[in-house]
Design a protein around this ligand. Structure first.
Ligand code: GLU
Ligand code: MG
Length: 446
């Protein structure tokens, strides 16, 4: 098996079996290299309540949920990476299985697999990419301060140079582990950067994003720096988004593209947009999954705070990016802007696919695209154009999720109960905390 060979060749001592919990935190247990072959068959035991942990790491009570039980971390060999920032360690991403060897109904990766399967049943393959922004800081030891790494402007050559050694090392590390880097640029805020990974089949795209976050943070730490993907790491900073790009393909052709269609989109793409917009309030509990997420979603900040779609409209929740000349068909996609890196990417992407497919099955009409800057329109005018109200807080989003029958049905039990219990605990916990502590917790975890 290629994993065992790579472990031996690289003198790996410990192999982490990792998964992403409902708070979007990457967790796991490591096995000794010489036990790996057996562990890949048997998995590693983990208490069921780990999946009920809030962001403050307190297991939340959920009626009927088996507390005194275990599930198994079952690694996917296709996700194997050497961890460049942790010499001697390698890692794989895992599905959560029951002790009897079936996928567990609360497993996030299985949720995305099921969503991909639902698209497959309609004849489509899902192609996706996450496009995260993050903030780089110096390690200061004082958790309440963020000493930003550079004071560059957006796309500024000075910021390129300031962060060059780190970014080049990060790019090399990602590529060395088969994660293809597409683009990089310094973003709007001082210390803010964006590195995007090439689009891939949906499960692979989510896995790539998990490793990107881990490498970005781990490599910063090793250099005496800090990297955070928190939506708003400190008051006054421009938000970090994690825009989600999506398209459906059939027989190797992009089924979202139709050059003669409005905005170059097929009816399939329009219906998919209709579905995502219809479910967006509830969906946001999974794509903007933390209390901190809602600090980012301010109008005029290009975070997609308006419930509509439009061509290259950066304040619309769904942007239809202009295509690349010569690659018009292949580069057609939609971009969900109301997504950030506190989301569990498997839940966020899986639920977005399910919402879009609901639109496809029911031929939901997204209405006319918004071609103007929504910030220049009055509330009455926004309403007249069908711009939807979006949640202003995690609390509002969770309530919308609980009302969304489709999303609750596809999440299934006990995933939906665990997920909403964890989010409600976060709402309560962060209300009780000082404002600055809330920022610090998010930027430390993410
Ligand atoms: N930082 C913006 C956000 O919060 C996005 C800026 C851009 O890439 O257009 O989503
Ligand atoms: Mg950006």
């Amino acid at each position: 098996m290629h994993v065992l060979g790579a472990v031996a060749r690289n003198a790996v001592e410990l192999v982490r079996f990792m998964w992403v919990d409902h708070s979007g935190v990457l967790r796991g247990k490591a096995v000794a290299a010489d036990t790996l072959a057996g562990r890949m068959r048997s998995g590693v035991g983990v208490a069921t309540v780990r999946q009920a942990a809030s962001l403050l790491d307190q297991a939340q009570p959920v009626a009927g949920f088996p507390v005194m039980d275990e599930v198994r971390l079952m690694p996917d060999p296709d996700t194997f990476v050497l961890l460049p920032h942790s010499p001697g360690s390698a890692a794989m991403l895992c599905d959560l299985w029951t002790r009897s060897g079936a996928p567990w109904a609360a497993c996030p990766r299985t949720f995305l697999r099921d969503a991909v399967g639902a698209a497959g049943a309609l004849g489509y393959q899902v192609v996706a990419a996450f496009e995260p922004e993050f903030t780089l800081a110096h390690e200061t030891g004082d958790g309440t301060e963020l000493a930003l790494f550079d004071d560059g402007l957006c796309l500024d050559n000075e910021a390129f140079d300031a962060a060059n050694d780190y970014i080049v090392a990060l790019s090399r590390a990602l590529r060395s582990q088969g994660i293809e880097v597409e683009m990089y640029h310094p973003e709007t805020s001082a210390g803010q950067h964006e590195l995007s990974i090439r689009h891939a089949e949906a499960l692979r795209a989510a896995d790539n994003h998990v490793w990107q976050r881990a490498f970005t943070r781990g490599m910063a730490r090793r250099r005496g720096m800090r990297a955070t993907f928190a939506p708003v790491p400190r008051p006054g900073l421009r938000g970090n988004g994690n825009h989600l790009h999506l398209s459906l393909w059939r027989d190797g052709a992009n089924a979202f593209a139709e050059q003669t269609g409005a905005l170059g989109l097929s009816d399939l793409a329009r219906h998919f947009i209709g579905g995502v917009l219809a479910h967006l309030p509830g969906l946001m509990a999974l794509t903007c999954a933390s209390v901190n997420s809602y600090l980012r979603l301010e109008p005029g900040k290009w975070a997609g705070a308006f419930g509509c779609y439009g061509p290259d409209n950066r304040d619309a929740a769904i942007r239809v990016p202009s295509t690349l000349r010569g690659k018009e068909t292949a580069s057609t996609n939609i971009e969900l802007k109301v997504c950030d890196a506190t989301a569990n990417p498997y839940l966020a992407l899986g639920a977005t696919i399910q919402a879009g497919l609901d639109g496809v099955r029911n031929r939901l009409d997204p209405g006319a695209p918004l071609t103007e800057d929504p910030n220049r329109l009055s509330d009455a005018e926004l309403r007249r154009r069908g711009v939807r109200h979006l949640p202003r807080s995690l609390e509002e989003a969770v309530a919308a999720l609980e009302r969304d029958e489709l999303l609750m049905a596809v999440l299934g039990s006990p995933r939906r109960e665990l997920c909403t219990a964890v989010k409600r605990a976060d709402v309560r916990d962060f209300k009780e905390m000082s404002e600055i502590d809330g920022y610090v917790v998010h930027s430390t975890r993410f």
